[in-house]
Design a protein around this ligand. Structure first.
Ligand code: FE2
Length: 373
């Protein structure tokens, strides 16, 4: 990693996440700050109903996507808090840091890098993305990027990866994994991770790409002993089924300027996971319905997944197509071990001229290429 080139109050550079029609900009910090983003003459604060937040290790500011795409730069503004009080809170002067931003333009090729299952291994994941020869236009973090959500520091490790790779200058997409649901801070992800009104499933549009982020929740049934009665993922998936149907009914993906449609989901729900004597083989009926309604309604070009710690492309009709997928499923992440010193493989996806190329690339520059469209 390069020498630090961000303010000492920051843990790393900002990360700019695409969620529906806005960017959610996250800045992890080391001290108590008040923070906002300026784009042109407009300001977008990290606030709670008009009160600026300072007692937080992670600031979040939401800005309209169109505004930042046009301005192509944003300024992170902050004040250090000396003492917060009911009256006459003491703060230091405003500090401003401007970041260039490269939106994904319509009509141009898109180079994506996909990381999942880094399980809190920051360096290996960053190295894999940076060893990839193509300049990245979009970073996708597809779940289990942190080992769990047992502490806020663990969650902030996600932003160390995205901040170090993107330097705050390109968009990211976030999808939650099952490990993110574990630990006492997991019910605070609505505050500490990108989402739409608290929901971890949503759509995004970046250049010629339209995407739908889905969230399978946990990988075993809700009554699994290890969850200790804390999980209600079946009900969560039923709510999500309604969202999928509403998205299909709205038909935003039918815009004729969209060239690529992608479903991003940590768990490849299109296949049965036979490990663990069947305890991972859940929700066959519901997941088959998702495959059917997404296949008929959205007609995606690909699914992008992680979770099973292998790099493979499953085509419709392959032995691992267990629920009727209608397009390739890319399972693209391979942490060899949980040791930081060991290798890590992610996926480079190139969308160019209606062609999709997949490359599995690792942290020392090895790659394996597959064309899927
Ligand atoms: Fe997982």
């Amino acid at each position: 990693m390069k020498k630090q080139d961000y303010p000492k109050e920051f843990v790393t550079h900002p990360s700019v996440f695409a969620v529906e029609n806005e960017y959610q900009i996250f800045v992890p910090v080391r001290s108590e700050l008040l923070m906002w983003i300026e784009i042109g003459k407009e300001s977008f604060y990290d606030h709670s109903n008009g009160v600026l937040r300072s007692d937080t290790p992670l600031h979040k500011m939401c800005v309209p996507m169109e505004l930042l795409d046009t301005a192509k730069e944003y300024t992170v503004c902050y004040r250090k808090v000396i003492k917060r009080k009911a009256y006459f809170t003491e703060t230091k002067d405003i500090v401003k840091v401007t970041y260039k931003f490269n939106p994904i333009e319509k009509g141009k090729a898109i180079n994506i890098y996909h990381i999942a299952d880094s399980h809190s291994r920051v360096k290996a994941a960053v190295d894999a993305a940076l060893a990839n020869e193509k300049k990245i236009d979009l970073l996708i973090l597809n779940g289990d990027v942190a080992e769990d959500s047992s502490t806020i520091e663990r969650i902030i490790g996600i932003y160390e990866i995205s901040g170090n790779i993107t330097k705050g200058q390109i968009p990211c997409v976030y999808s939650r994994g099952n490990h993110d649901m574990r630990g006492i801070c997991s019910d605070r992800l609505a505050e500490f991770a990108p989402n739409r009104y608290g929901r971890t499933y949503y759509t995004f549009r970046l250049g010629d790409l339209w995407g739908m982020v889905l969230d399978c929740g946990e990988d075993k049934n809700d009554d699994q002993e290890e969850y200790g009665n804390t999980i209600c993922c079946h009900a969560f998936r039923l709510e999500e089924t309604r969202f999928i149907k509403e998205t299909i009914a709205k038909g935003e993906f039918l815009d004729n300027t969209i060239k690529y449609r992608m479903v991003v989901c940590h768990i490849p729900f299109t296949r049965i996971n036979y490990n663990g004597e069947g305890k991972f083989n859940i929700e066959s009926e519901l997941y088959s319905e998702w495959c059917r309604i997404i296949g008929e309604g959205v007609k995606p070009d690909l699914y992008l997944c992680g979770h099973v710690h292998v790099c493979t492309v499953v085509m419709p009709g392959d032995p691992m197509d267990n629920r009727g997928q209608t397009c390739p499923v890319i399972v693209g992440t391979r942490p060899c071990t949980f040791d930081e010193k060991e290798g890590f493989t992610g996926t480079a996806l190139i969308l160019d001229n209606d062609k999709i190329t997949v490359k599995f690339t690792d942290n020392v520059g090895n790659e394996e290429e597959i064309k899927i469209k």
